[in-house]
Design a protein around this ligand. Structure first.
Ligand code: PLP
Length: 381
């Protein structure tokens, strides 16, 4: 089945009791058994829920995996992956990781003896050098946030596989429409479905999709044992969002390309970070592993000051100033004071995260209206 068919049909069957074409929201905590142990595959809703099952099957199909397992948020999904580890184990992770992922490793798991090493994954050889006998998991996030660097998934997964180390790719920024890491050798894919999969900024949910049934079963065990499950209404919203994933992401990517070009020509704009530019240092990797270059664009102003950025951020009307990404509506954000405020300035500057850096999550509106909105925000600087 091709992707556009999978988003609509994979894992979805008409409800057997009514014929309802859309998977109902099974708002129940338990299921009646005829005699003890004689049930229809559903016993208690932490363990199984039919709305969740439909979503898990759909996600497994989209990522070409054996099993999908859903959680109450993207970070709850990551928490389940980290619970596969034992005290003494080490994780090698991308250095400009999503802030919440960095916090989970350093503030929670380090207390339990699981250590994180955060490195620049631009050069796969550097990853190979950092591996020790204690390394159990390599955590890749690509494209990265907010600098939009692209990491070579296949090269790093090949190195990990030789050493018997698990790999997990946070695929939130790309979505399975643009990139399917399991096809490139990864063992696990993580999603904050809060972003592109849900797509309408109305739900928080997470998922892990595994290449093998065996690893998926371990995550299912953790899902039930630790219990960070999503509710059926949230599963329904994500299932509904996914039906237009391909249409939304395709449109958002086209808009992003047009807006990146506009920004690149603008005299008041400094550097534009967009993997679709031939001049982007990882353009060739992006071309190799992604179907399009994504709908995130970051840029800084030619005059690097927080005040200038603040004016732009306060003066857009269509672009809303907010955290998050991946919805139908365009968002504008200021990493230095919002998502990355906890990182010391010297550290931020090392990776190019200046005071005037602005991050855009491009939605599916008309690109010309979005450009007009930016233009009017730039005029009175
Ligand atoms: C938002 C996000 C997460 C966390 O997901 P939540 O659903 O907010 O818990 C993890 N990784 C990336 C890349 C994200 O953007």
């Amino acid at each position: 089945m091709k992707f556009a068919t999978k988003v609509i049909h994979a894992g979805i069957e008409p409800d057997p009791s009514t014929g309802a074409i859309m998977t109902p929201i099974f708002q129940t905590s338990t299921y009646v058994q005829k005699t003890p142990g004689n049930h229809q595959g559903f016993e208690y809703a932490r363990t199984q829920n039919p709305t969740r099952t439909a979503l898990e099957k759909n996600l497994a199909a989209l990522e070409n995996g054996a099993l999908g397992t859903c959680f109450s948020s993207g970070l709850a999904a990551m928490d389940a992956v980290l619970k596969l580890l034992n005290p003494g184990d080490e994780i090698i992770a991308t250095n400009d990781l999503y802030g919440g992922s960095y916090r989970l490793i350093t503030k929670i798991y380090e207390r339990f003896g699981v250590k994180g090493k955060f490195i620049d994954m631009n050069d796969p050889e550097e990853v190979a050098k950092q591996i020790t006998p204690k390394t159990k998991l390599i955590w890749i996030e690509t494209p990265t946030n907010p600098m939009l660097k692209i990491i070579d998934i296949e090269a790093i997964c090949t190195i990990a596989k030789e050493k018997g180390i698990w790999t997990c790719v946070d695929n939130t920024f790309a979505s399975p429409y643009l990139q399917t890491p399991l096809d490139l050798g990864a063992d696990m894919v993580l999603h904050s479905a809060t972003k592109y999969l849900g797509g309408h900024s109305d739900v928080v949910l997470g998922a892990v999709i595994t290449k093998t049934q065996e690893l998926g079963d371990q995550l299912r065990y953790i899902q039930n044992a630790a219990g960070a499950v999503p509710g059926p209404q949230d599963c329904f919203l994500v299932l509904r969002g996914i039906k237009t994933l391909h249409l939304r992401v395709e449109r958002a990517c086209k808009n992003a390309k047009k807006i990146a070009k506009y920004l690149d020509r603008h005299p008041k704009v400094g550097k534009v970070y967009y993997p679709g530019f031939k001049s982007h240092p990882n353009h060739d990797i992006a071309k190799k592993q992604m179907r399009h270059f994504g709908a995130m664009v970051s840029f800084d102003m030619s005059e690097d000051s927080f005040e200038i950025a603040n004016k732009v951020l306060s003066n857009t009307h269509l672009f809303s100033l907010a955290e998050s990404l991946g919805g139908v509506e365009s968002l504008i954000g200021h990493p230095a004071s919002m998502t990355h405020a906890s990182i010391p300035k010297e550290e931020r500057l090392k990776v190019g995260l200046t005071d005037s850096l602005i991050r855009l999550s491009i939605g599916v509106e008309d690109a010309d209206d979005l450009i007009d909105d930016l233009e009017q925000a730039f005029v009175n600087l």
